[in-house]
Design a protein around this ligand. Sequence first.
Ligand code: FE2
Length: 461
Amino acid sequence: MTDTAAPDLDMATDLPIRRPDANQYLAGNYAAVDSEVTAHDLPVVGEIPVELEGRWLRNGPNPESVDDPAKHHWFLGTGMVHGVRLSGGKAEWYKNRFVIGPEDRAAGVFGANTNVGGFAGTTWAMVEGGQPPVELDYDLNPLGVNRFNGTLDGPFTAHPKYDAATGELHSMNYHWPDLIDHVNYTVVGGDGRVTKNLAIPVADMPMMHDMSLTEKYAIVYDLPVTVNMDVLVAGYSFPFKWNPDRAARVGLLPRNGTADEIIWCDVDPCYVFHPLNAYDAADGTVVVDLCRYDDLMVDDRQGPFAEAPPTLDRWVIDPVARRVTETRISDRPQEFPRHNPRVGLKEHRFGYTSEIKPGQVANLHGATIKTDFTNGTSEAYEFGRGRGGAEPVFVPKADGVNEDDGWILTVVYDATTDGSELCILDAADLGRGEVARITLPQRVPFGFHGNWVPDSSVSPA
Ligand SMILES: [Fe+2]
């Protein structure tokens, strides 16, 4: 059973009180919502930019029933997509839908629960680790598993990288236990069909959550969180664990190269769920900014955020010297990095993240943080007591000139009301505050990722 009660709040901070005897990832705003809802003409405070014509979408776990809460991991709840359609300055609708049907849910299939976005004219829910993408219609109803029109022979990822120059999706894919000694580098063409699949040998079955892409390289994160048989035998639902005996390395795969041509470089032991962006610098090095953990899941078998909080770091990878220069950009815990998609694969100046509250697993998010990597400065927008924003999705302004000319769309959970809003910030001026606050008819559980899908990029349902 999941705990659907609103959280008890610390009177001094308006933050939920952590209960050490419970699985925090089933409590408070991690708990499932019970039903699929459709609501029209949502209440709005402020003004929704009229240029926003499309859907804000977000995916996350919604664990309906859990046999053994103590052994449940946050990453394994049933996928549920939440969406808001914006049009003409109005919030036309909110909908939330499971990504799989009731029969699969009853059978314990958790479905694609990690990301959702538009590609090749349609909408896809995605997850890593083996389960294939699920296609959704415009109204978020699941259309079933779609292995890219039958061309995907293997696992996929929740974090493909889009190359606007070629129209391709690039992905680094693992699948425990089917891929014991390698991961697959898979490219999907703009027509939604797989064009390339390359096996990359790796040892110990590492959890490979994301990748990076530059104009020259696909970047492989081979890091020491690996399948652990003791965890598996003990009956935990998520069998990956920090492996202190294993090296950490990052690989530069020439995009048209073979696995033998990967340039592997050692890095200090760490884990990375999410890089921000990567690019080829003029001096031949590769620059990537990322959210880095000193270690991960050393003792916590239920989720990633109770131990070492993530920092914002820059890696400069020298493919000639095979050396990585690591620089700490910020100690302030932050995650879910996003950037203006127009600078994807190119040098970026700005990045946007969501503050992570260390030790406050039950109230995961805080401020939206903007980092200027050129000036080495940052600013943050605080949503107020008890309120925190999630992944900051960047939507470029139609007439934008500067890199930060855009809108930040983020879902904000308010622990004092146990409710959620979709909030819009001005990416060039976070201090301006919420340009619009759209009240959602139910809370959106803490989840993972989503995207803005403009109507111009999808085919009619
Ligand atoms: Fe992720």
